[in-house]
Design a protein around this ligand. Sequence first.
Ligand SMILES: NC(=O)c1ccc[n+]([C@@H]2O[C@H](COP(=O)([O-])OP(=O)(O)OC[C@H]3O[C@@H](n4cnc5c(N)ncnc54)[C@H](OP(=O)(O)O)[C@@H]3O)[C@@H](O)[C@H]2O)c1
Length: 249
Amino acid sequence: MTLSLQGKIALVTGGTSGIGLASARQLAAQGARVFITGRRQDALNEAVALIGNAATGIRADASQLADLDAVYAEIARSAGHLDILFANAGGGDMLPLGAITEEHFDRIFATNVRGVLFTVQKALPLLVDGASVILTSSTTSVQGTAGFSVYSASKAAVRNFARSWALDLKDRAIRVNVISPGPVRTPGLGGLVDESSRQGLFDALAAQVPLGRLGEPEEIGKVVAFLASDAASFINAAEIFADGGMAQV
Ligand SMILES: NC(=O)c1ccc[n+]([C@@H]2O[C@H](COP(=O)([O-])OP(=O)(O)OC[C@H]3O[C@@H](n4cnc5c(N)ncnc54)[C@H](OP(=O)(O)O)[C@@H]3O)[C@@H](O)[C@H]2O)c1
């Protein structure tokens, strides 16, 4: 696939691992200059080396507004604007109703909802007219999963952000779309359970996917690069599922 992202400036939050890293690599391969964030400096250094094309790592927690200010100050200083924003940092763990704690709710919503909101809002002065904003949701935006209600509700919130923000940003022709992956083989997915249960989780999830397997991060990265490009110029406020059919049947 060849998409023209030559010379575009992109930010990928949570770009050190899994879906974010694969997407950053795909954007860079198509010619974009990519900034990535994450909370771990060692992971940032490794990811920057993998992404190439003069990628830049900025250590930042997406749930901390001061960190976001520092990210955009750095991008303003060294690139001056943003063409592509992939607000991807997120995650969550599992607790069934009855065991949900305040800490569980606050932590997941702080990154997945509050973090996405302020990542996009604080980018507005740097985003060019016609920019592409992509948010990571999940098949859980439209499906129920036992023990996963807080995470799923956070991803439903993200999906709805795109509907309203496409309207808020219409005078600037900024497209806001959502990528909703099904189960994708990443450290984040594997980390939901301990190592002894990991293969069992992967097998159980793969059995729910009509294609009969997990997705690979690169398969999501290609969709992100497409949504970032002019090839998706009339796609706006949409939720694009890359889930092997899991939530479509
Ligand atoms: N894998 C799946 O099956 C799947 C399916 C649907 C949706 N998703 C969504 O896809 C996104 C990426 O998940 P993944 O599976 O690729 O997970 P992952 O391998 O754990 O990667 C998560 C990335 O986000 C960063 N991150 C997490 N919390 C952060 C925070 N508060 N501030 C800044 N960076 C943060 C991590 O780096 P640090 O730890 O260094 O901060 C890492 O770079 C998430 O939004 C997730 O909910 C995943």
